[in-house]
Structures are given as C-alpha cells and as structure tokens.
Design a protein around this ligand. Structure first.
Ligand SMILES: CCCCCCCCCC(=O)SCCNC(=O)CCNC(=O)[C@H](O)C(C)(C)COP(=O)(O)OP(=O)(O)OC[C@H]1O[C@@H](n2cnc3c(N)ncnc32)[C@H](O)[C@@H]1OP(=O)(O)O
Length: 199
C-alpha cells in the first residue's frame, strides 16, 4: 500500500467493483430520498439509527485513499462517488468533451434552482477529467462561472468542455451547461500541470 494518492490506485476485481458501484448508486438514491421526504420524528430517529449501524458495519473495511474505490472507478459515469453528479460522456477526446447529466433533489438550492455551488462542482469535474486526458496530472488554479439562467433539477442537461489553449504548464478550458436550447451556465478555467513533488 502506498501513501501517495497520485500513485496507481488499487482497483478492485470486477465483482467487487460492480458491487461497490451498486452501493454508491443506493447511496445516491438515499441522498435523494432523505432530501425529498418529511418523515415523522419516530421514523427519522429509527432510520438515523439504522444508518449509524450501516456506517459502523462499513467501518470494519476502512482503507486509505490509495485503496479506496470511491472516485477511482473511472469505468462508471459517476466514478463510484456520491459527491459530484453523475456525468454521462457521449463524446470525449483530449481537447473536447460533450455529455449529459441530471441534477436531482439532493442538488436543489431553492425554488426549483440547483444550488449555485453544484454548478462549479460539475464544471471542475468536467474540466478536470478533460485537462487530465492524455496529459500529466494537473489541478484547478481558477474556475470562473457565469450563471446565465437558473439550472433546473430533474431534467437532462447537456454539457460541453473544450481545451482552448495550452501554454507550457497552463491548460485553459471553457465549457457550458445547457437545458435544451438555453445555456444556463458557462465557465472558464485554468489548470496547471503539477511539478514533481506537488501534492
Ligand atoms: C482522476 C479523476 C479526475 C477527477 C476530476 C476532478 C478534477 C478536480 C480538480 C481539482 O479540483 S484540483 C483541487 C482544486 N485545486 C487546488 O487545490 C489547487 C491549489 N493550488 C495549487 O496547488 C497551486 O496554486 C497550483 C498547482 C495550481 C499552481 O502552483 P505552482 O506553484 O505550480 O504554479 P506557479 O505559481 O508556478 O504558476 C504556474 C503558472 O500558472 C499561473 N497561475 C497559477 N495560478 C494562477 C491563477 N490562479 N490565476 C492565473 N494564473 C495562475 C502562474 O502565473 C504561472 O504562469 P506563467 O508560467 O505564465 O508565469
């Protein structure tokens, strides 16, 4: 086992990896169920106890970052993690990506609009994967978002990302998020290729 998160992840065999993806899918569903329901006190307390028991059961299998499956299973659209909304890439090269995603009640801000913080989260994921495709490890140096219209939940959204320019270690990226013909958000970002030893 290694302590470097940049080192190769220890991936799972197919059965374990698929089972873990099911677990994450259930967790995403749970996040939505909790967000979109209003259980009576005794039900909320009973479920809270059940969830603590589930967490306790998982604790037995704790691993370090280099061995965790969450976020490391790149074959699944959501990388088997429940933080970032699931991205379904329909086209991908080292310079351009397109795809779809759907935000859910878990991502709701207020009055039907997605939480404003979810949008840069989505762009960072789109851009981070793009900037890192066929390139060395890099990190977001800045990420600028223009919110053009509210971003709805529960609808298919289309995303784009494009590498506009590469200047030495600097990778400049732009992209958009659209609801049908309406562009709801645009973003541009700088990714910087890491130097040896940078975390
Ligand atoms: C595997 C699955 C993929 C999953 C996708 C998810 C992707 C998620 C990506 C992330 O979110 S990473 C986490 C968020 N980002 C960070 O935590 C980065 C924190 N910042 C840093 O580590 C450093 O600031 C950074 C590595 C970005 C740059 O530091 P360096 O010391 O290596 O760079 P330096 O200061 O030498 O700058 C290099 C060039 O970039 C330019 N630069 C750096 N930061 C800038 C900035 N903020 N604005 C404009 N320019 C900037 C800088 O001016 C310079 O330009 P020149 O070469 O032309 O002189």
């Amino acid at each position: 086992m290694t302590s470097s998160a940049w080192a190769a992840q220890t991936l799972a065999d197919q059965e374990t990896g698929t089972a873990f993806e099911h677990l994450i899918g259930s967790l995403r569903g749970l996040q939505d169920s909790v967000t979109s329901t209003r259980p009576p006190a005794e039900v909320a307390l009973a479920i809270a106890a059940e969830l603590r028991a589930v967490a306790h059961r998982l604790d037995e299998f704790g691993v370090g970052e280099a061995d965790q499956l969450a976020g490391a299973q790149m074959d699944y659209p959501g990388r088997s993690q429940a933080c970032v909304p699931v991205l379904d890439h329909t086209a991908q090269s080292a310079d351009e990506v397109r795809g779809t995603l759907q935000l859910s009640r878990f991502h709701l801000g207020r009055n039907g609009a997605a939480h404003g913080g979810v949008i840069p989260l989505v762009f960072d994921e789109i851009f981070g994967r793009l900037a890192g495709t066929d390139r060395p490890r890099c990190r977001t140096a800045f990420l600028h978002v223009d919110y053009r219209e509210i971003t709805p939940i529960g609808r298919r959204l289309d995303f784009t990302g494009r590498v506009e320019r590469v200047d030495g270690r600097k990778i400049f990226v732009t992209g958009s998020l659209a609801d049908g013909d309406a562009v709801v958000a645009e973003a541009d970002a700088l990714f910087v290729v890491l130097r040896e030893g940078q975390p």
